[in-house]
Write a protein that binds this ligand. Structure first.
Ligand SMILES: Nc1nc2c(c(=O)[nH]1)N[C@H]1C(S)=C(S)[C@@H](COP(=O)(O)OP(=O)(O)OC[C@H]3O[C@@H](n4cnc5c(=O)[nH]c(N)nc54)[C@H](O)[C@@H]3O)O[C@H]1N2
Ligand SMILES: Nc1nc2c(c(=O)[nH]1)N[C@H]1C(S)=C(S)[C@@H](COP(=O)(O)OP(=O)(O)OC[C@H]3O[C@@H](n4cnc5c(=O)[nH]c(N)nc54)[C@H](O)[C@@H]3O)O[C@H]1N2
Ligand code: SF4
Ligand SMILES: [Mo]
Length: 666
């Protein structure tokens, strides 16, 4: 008989939805939105609904696999775990624990997905990844400016007069914020979208500003110049709560509005109009992740933060430099779960340059890689290099639910359970402040096991099994100690299905910043030269004229509509293909029309696909959605660069020049 249970979306997404899941004969048969959940309000996206198809897919990994003579063969868990534990013991003994690399991303937003770190810390400390391909540059930028990255609570949007959506694809990536935008617009709020692509969010904007990719920092500088000229800035806030404003003024004086308009390709009249908007508080700035995936990404976000600060839009209802919402995750006790103090060795590689680092590491070299909650072969930049790096490892273990591009390279593939197959609590530090409960609803298919079971089994074989001798309930309680003291206990989350976490609805309202000076720092004192810089992206005609001569077009590889990265594409009917979206100017220059088959390439790689001409996009822009695996003609990351952002912690995925030509279909 069909029964309906509450559950939660585990996907890496802004919305962190509450679900109602139908279970019939021990199988999940339907996933819907929980109407009682304050954010979800009964509506979820196709990626959430398709978690049913993912859980029941015939392509799920069901048994441990070992590659023998180039082919995968099914082996028992005993054999897989014994052999992997033996290798871990051998590498520790012979080369030290940092000869093992833990490569991961954040594909499961459950609290207990952090238990992988507990395992690696107790093992002795492996080579870990720092920074983030996703949002690293912006997080570090806000750490320097504010001391942390906090957003206003979703409800606060109704206090905004103006909402500037800067490089975010809200209609596609954050559906419940899109719904809020539609409703506050009806109440009179004005919406502005700044983006090289006229996306679905732009359709509801009062004004759309088309910009040259990678030049948003310059645009923010132009708006600040105009704001100061028209005396729309907030003198009181600047005098009482900030340091380093003189440095910003010097920077702004070093560049003319004409130059800014030339490089951003935004008319001066529009820059002036945006300055008028910023002077008319409160303005909510919703900062996207797209525009910080450039070499100058850290400075871009700092310049936008600076504009929000100069215009007096920090710490007021309806304002904010809304990027991430780290205060949500800060409610949990990760230290109890991961016990970092137990590791005795440490080494870090940046997430972006994991391939180069694997290939060049000495002392010790990387011998073994263990991949969890990530698919680096598809998602990490410069695929050809990533492939070379992972192929060079003596032993590669991939723990996943599907046979991904990365799993194809593995020596051992271990089948992981999905979120419906083990209890956890789910949340996201991106947007809202609710934590959702996800009970165990069904048994994992075949011999698939929750990741935590795998860590416990390996720990037992390596002699620290006692540290994993806890039930999931006990582990969850370890992560909820501080919250329990504030009344948010596991029992309450279970009973209520979700719980509101304590956060500040209007961050920085008390003007106490988490920076070293306690003030908003235009010039950061957390680093040696903390002044903001007006810097160019790496791949442009201004910075690299020769490269731009050969590869004149800017390639964006934005997030796909119906898939969370690489996770849903294999479920599509008909099969997905590489769609190459091009601006009209590119079509005109290259004589291309819709449905033409093309190759897109640069010195790093090449991809083939089918042309779709974008109705409105900045001249010279091309987009190929990220996430398609090799078997469907991907990945777009064959073209992207693994350069890190200016502040060392982010990627430069969209800072990528390419060219394009028509070819015969193979
Ligand atoms: N459907 C769907 N939703 C998702 C995901 C998914 O894979 N699919 N992934 C989730 C994850 S992990 C994340 S990080 C978020 C990301 O959420 P978003 O930040 O909304 O999405 P992105 O695709 O990273 O950002 C792309 C936007 O930035 C614009 N952009 C690119 N370069 C520039 C630039 O130089 N300047 C300006 N102004 N705009 C620029 C693009 O045109 C696009 O509109 O989405 C989450 N939600
Ligand atoms: N070119 C380009 N590249 C990009 C981006 C871009 O915009 N352009 N976006 C970047 C961004 S924002 C992000 S966040 C990353 C995402 O990068 P990834 O997180 O690597 O991408 P996913 O495709 O979500 O892969 C996650 C894998 O984890 C598996 N998985 C899911 N749940 C579990 C679990 O509970 N346990 C285990 N063991 N495995 C699980 C899934 O089956 C899937 O294979 O990609 C980045 N890469
Ligand atoms: S992917 Fe995002 S919007 Fe879709 S159901 Fe999950 S949390 Fe909600
Ligand atoms: Mo992301």
């Amino acid at each position: 008989m069909a029964q309906i249970y509450h559950s939660a979306c585990p996907l890496n997404c802004w919305d962190s939805c509450g679900f109602l899941v139908t279970v019939e004969d021990g199988k999940v048969t339907k996933v819907e939105g929980n109407p009682d959940h304050p954010i979800t309000q009964g509506k979820i996206c196709g990626r959430g609904r398709m978690l049913e198809n993912r859980a029941n897919s015939a392509d799920r990994l069901l048994y441990p696999l070992k590659k023998i003579d180039g082919n995968f063969q099914q082996i028992s868990w005993e054999q897989a775990l014994d052999e992997i534990a033996e290798k871990l013991a051998y590498y520790k003994e012979s080369f030290g624990t940092t000869s093992v690399l833990h490569s991961h991303d954040y594909a499961n937003s459950g609290l207990l997905s952090n238990l992988d770190s507990r395992f690696f810390h107790l093992y002795g400390g492996v080579t870990e990844l720092t920074g983030s391909i996703c949002w690293g540059a912006g997080i570090e930028a806000q750490n320097w400016d504010f001391g942390d990255s906090h957003s206003h609570a979703p409800e606060d949007l109704s206090n905004s007069k103006h909402i500037v959506i800067w490089g975010r694809n809200i209609a596609r990536t954050n559906m419940h914020l899109f719904q809020s935008l539609q409703s506050v617009k009806k109440q009179g709020a004005k919406i502005y979208v700044i983006d090289p692509i006229f996306n679905a969010t732009a359709k509801i904007a009062n004004e759309y500003i088309s910009i040259k990719p990678g030049f948003d920092g310059f645009l923010a500088a132009g708006i600040m110049k105009e704001l100061l000229r028209m005396e729309g800035h907030d003198e009181k806030f600047l005098a009482a709560h900030t340091v380093g404003f003189e440095d910003v003024k010097t920077l702004l004086d070093s560049v003319s509005l004409d130059y800014i308009s030339e490089v951003t390709e935004v008319p001066i009249a529009l820059i002036t109009q945006l300055a008028e908007v910023y002077a008319d508080r409160p303005v909510s700035t919703i900062i996207g992740l797209g525009m910080q995936r450039y070499e100058n990404g850290g400075n871009t976000i700092r310049l936008i933060d600076a504009l929000v600060a100069v215009s007096g839009n920090i710490g007021i209802p309806g304002g904010g430099a809304n990027y991430a919402n780290k205060q949500v995750g800060q409610n949990f006790d990760y230290q109890n779960l991961t016990i970092p103090e137990r590791k005795s060795s440490a080494r870090t590689f940046t997430m972006m340059r994991q391939a180069e680092e694997i290939l060049t590491a000495m002392d010790p070299p990387i011998k073994m890689g263990i991949v969890t909650c990530g698919n680096p072969l598809t998602q990490v930049p410069d695929t050809n290099r990533v492939r070379q790096a992972f192929e060079s490892l003596e032993t590669l273990v991939v723990i996943d639910q599907f046979r991904t591009d990365t799993a194809e390279l593995a020596d051992y593939v271990l089948p992981a359970a999905t979120a419906f197959e083990a209890e956890d609590v789910f949340f996201s530090s991106m947007y809202h402040q609710y934590v959702n409960h996800g009970p165990k609803l069904v048994e994992p298919p075949g011999e698939a096991k929750p990741d935590a079971w795998i860590w416990a089994e390996l720990a037992t074989r390596l002699g620290f099994g006692l540290e994993f001798d806890f039930t999931r309930e006990e582990f969850l309680k370890m992560g909820l100690v501080s919250m329990s003291k504030k009344g948010v206990t596991l029992e309450k989350i279970r009973a209520d299905k979700f719980a509101e976490l304590p956060i500040e609805e209007v961050p920085w309202a008390n003007r106490k910043f988490k920076t070293p000076s306690g003030k908003y720092e235009f010039t950061s004192s957390a680093v040696p030269d903390g002044r903001i810089k007006l810097s160019l992206p790496a791949e442009t005609k201004w910075a690299k004229p020769e490269l731009a001569g050969k590869y004149p077009y800017s390639l964006l590889t934005i997030h796909p509509l119906r898939s969370n990265h690489s996770q849903h594409f294999q479920l599509f009917q008909p099969e997905p293909y590489v769609k190459v979206e091009i601006a009209k100017s590119v079509a005109a220059e290259k004589g291309l029309k819709d449905q033409d088959y093309v190759r897109v390439w640069n010195d790093r790689g090449e991809i083939h696909g089918t042309v779709s001409i974008l109705k409105t996009a900045h001249p010279g822009t091309i987009n190929i959605d990220e996430g398609l695996s090799a078997r469907f003609g991907g990945t777009a990351n064959q073209l992207t660069s693994s350069r890190v952002s200016d502040n060392g912690l982010g990627s430069s995925l969209y800072d990528c020049l390419v060219t394009i030509e028509k070819v015969e279909k193979e």
